[in-house]
Write a protein that binds this ligand. Structure first.
Ligand code: ATP
Ligand code: MG
Length: 294
């Protein structure tokens, strides 16, 4: 039995001329219907690539992907079009609102693409914009809206065709904490009240903590999956602090060692041996910190 959304040994290689970039290196994950999931990880670890594959925008180089019970790596262009229009609502890292259209028209656009009747389009665009609290901003163009308002229009547009899945790439990236919190609150309602499966890519631990599960991704692979509890988060933060302290200590010891060597208080062989030892330790500590996603 595969899960509602599942990836198995997913590999994505981008090719630019002769250069190959391995964005995903055998990534496996599974998400149940109705879950709200956070994906966290450093810049360049493959988060957007993963969402673009699940959303039917990018094809995988190898591996398999099931979305709403269908395997999509072998899907035809028409099937992928259906997936993008009806199954997965996508909020992009760089917002994809059309600048010349009003908020209302931006929300109406995905419905035009599936030939929904005009009366239905209008009613639904109004309801959606009301739901995200923008009933008095319907005729504003993106440039005439604040960052948080634009983000809410993007959410309304992603929900236009009532997709069962919503994927959000850094939905609060450019927003201040308070505005971000409102957007996240709305995504929780989309999950709980509308029953949609929601995936959020975020750099914000506080947002990740509010979801059902956190997938941590590093160098194109999943390195951990956890159910957020305060204790786990605190333990991770404590561990990270310990590692940082050790790195600082090692840095100081390296500085002292160099001084001693300059003052000829230590023999060259002993200096070299200890120096290498400390540098190796520091590398290990840094890797460990990076592996934890910090
Ligand atoms: N279209 C592309 N062509 C070539 N390389 C790409 C392309 N898109 C992404 N990459 C590379 O693939 C890797 C993963 O990129 P991706 O955008 O998935 O990372 P990310 O985790 O979303 O990062 P961020 O947190 O900065 O958004 C990076 O090394 C990136 O440079
Ligand atoms: Mg990204």
């Amino acid at each position: 039995m595969v899960s509602y959304i599942e990836t198995k040994d997913l590999v994505k290689v981008y090719r630019i001329g002769k250069v190959e970039i391995q964005a995903l290196r055998g990534l496996s994950m599974s998400i149940e219907q109705g879950e709200m999931i956070a994906i966290v990880g450093p810049s360049g670890s493959g988060k957007t690539t993963l969402l673009n594959i699940i959303g039917g925008l990018t094809s995988a180089t190898a591996g398999q992907v099931w979305v709403a019970g269908r395997e999509i790596t072998a899907a035809t262009p028409a099937q992928l079009g259906y997936l993008r229009q009806r199954i997965v609502g996508h909020i992009f890292q760089t917002l994809n609102l059309i600048p010349t259209l009003t908020a209302f028209e931006n929300v109406e656009l995905p419905m035009l693409a599936v030939n929904a009747p005009q009366s239905e389009r209008r009613k639904r665009a109004e309801i959606l914009l009301e739901t995200v609290g923008l009933q008095d901003r319907m005729n504003h163009k993106p440039d005439e809206l604040s960052g948080g308002e634009k983000q809410r229009v993007a959410i309304a547009a992603a929900l236009a065709n009532d997709p069962p899945i919503l994927i959000c790439d850094e939905p609060t990236g450019d927003l201040d904490t308070e505005t971000g919190a409102r957007v996240v609150e709305f995504l929780h309602r989309v999950n709980k009240e509308m029953g949609k499966t929601v995936i959020i890519v975020t750099h914000d631990p506080a947002i990740a903590r509010q979801t059902d599960r956190i997938y941590r991704i590093l160098d194109g692979r999943i390195v951990s999956v956890q159910r957020p509890t305060d204790t786990e988060e605190k333990t991770a933060a404590l561990m990270a602090q310990m590692l940082r302290d050790r790195i600082t200590e090692t840095d100081l010891e390296l500085q002292e060692l160099e001084l001693k060597y300059r003052r000829q208080e230590i023999e060259p062989e002993k200096f070299a041996a200890r120096w290498n030892e400390l540098v190796t330790t520091r590398e290990f500590l840094r890797r460990e910190l990076h592996r934890m996603g910090f």
